[in-house]
Design a protein around this ligand. Structure first.
Ligand SMILES: [Zn+2]
Length: 146
């Protein structure tokens, strides 16, 4: 999402709309864009910098880590905030900032029942991580032999 600085009046600018999903390059088995990014932000220019704040939402399809079913999820960034220096060009691309904030709000271990709308059938598939066994005692024995 590129912003032309000339289009920003001194009192700031409110922008609301949809953009192409900014995280297409990170799509994988576990995450897919399910629609456009929706943004609702205020922009302004002060003292050689551009600031923006507002909210973002990005519908995606995630895969539940428990039952491996795909489910719809909306990544929300309720407090999107950017302050960046203006380094010459007349346009500023906000997409990298949006992508970063969306990825930060992506659940690391998505569960389909996290919103309470779905019942997850995969609890029985969840594996418990085996406790790492300490092999130091075996190593000590070897050292003693040599
Ligand atoms: Zn599930």
């Amino acid at each position: 999402m590129k912003v032309h600085l000339k289009q920003i009046p001194t009192q700031g600018l409110h922008l609301e709309g949809d953009e192409d999903c900014p995280i297409q390059e990170v799509e994988s088995e576990g995450i897919r864009c399910a629609g456009p990014l929706h943004y609702d932000i205020d922009l302004g220019v002060t003292g050689g910098g551009l600031w923006a704040n507002g909210s973002l939402s990005q519908p995606v399809e995630l895969r539940c880590v428990s039952c491996l079913e795909k489910f719809a999820y909306e990544i929300r960034v309720p407090a999107f905030a950017v302050h960046t220096e203006l380094l010459g060009p007349e346009t500023v691309d906000l997409t990298p900032f949006m992508r970063e904030d969306i990825l930060l709000n992506l659940p690391a271990h998505p569960h389909c029942d996290r919103d309470g709308n779905l019942v997850c059938n995969g609890k029985q598939f969840e594996k418990r991580e085996p406790q790492a066994q300490s092999d130091w005692s075996a190593l000590d024995k070897l050292k003693l032999k040599s």
